[in-house]
Design a protein. Sequence first.
Length: 227
Amino acid sequence: MKTDSPAVARRRQRLQQWIDERFHGKQVDFVRATGINQGELSGLLKEKSFGEKRATAIERAAGMPGGYLSDGSTKVSTVAELATPSDYVRVEQIDAEAQMGAVGRVNEDFPEVVRAMDFAPNYIRSVIGFMPPAGRLKLVTGVGDSMAPKIKPGEMVMVDTGCREFVGDGLYLINTGYGHQIKALQAQPDGIWARSADQVLYPPFRLTDEAIIGGRVYLIQHLERVA
């Protein structure tokens, strides 16, 4: 039987503690909040290889403090001890794209962080209506023209990745099995329909049970020439 190194054993222990304290021990809720595959999570908690790169990616996806899974401390901090006040909200721009067209864009399971932007908490509340847990807000680049002029090709959108279900009409990041797309979702008597701004070139379609909602879009960062 393979024996974990002290570092790997610590990562498994801390990951399980995070799930216990933040999600009442429910792996399914952790999976829903982070987008991590259930099989991947089960393996990381048991026997799957758990290196520093994977630990860092999970810290980012779950909104953990940097180094939470990998630092050398022998004491496992509680969630309350990790919570520190902040005068800004850091939103990471990840190396991921969402297609605004007929097919989706396939991204890595754990995309790299390109950069991070800081926003005032009051501004985030004014845009979203609440303050989501750390790490949930991500900036994703839209490609394609199906949502123009609402979202122009190459513009970034702020996505609440913790929203994994339809909560009302609006813009969402979805995956219908062919990669990530940005679409306007609308409730109809026969189900949830995905619509584009240009419904002639990109006809609306009804979401199937296999479709996955990866987050709700709350902000579009427009770049416009002024002179």
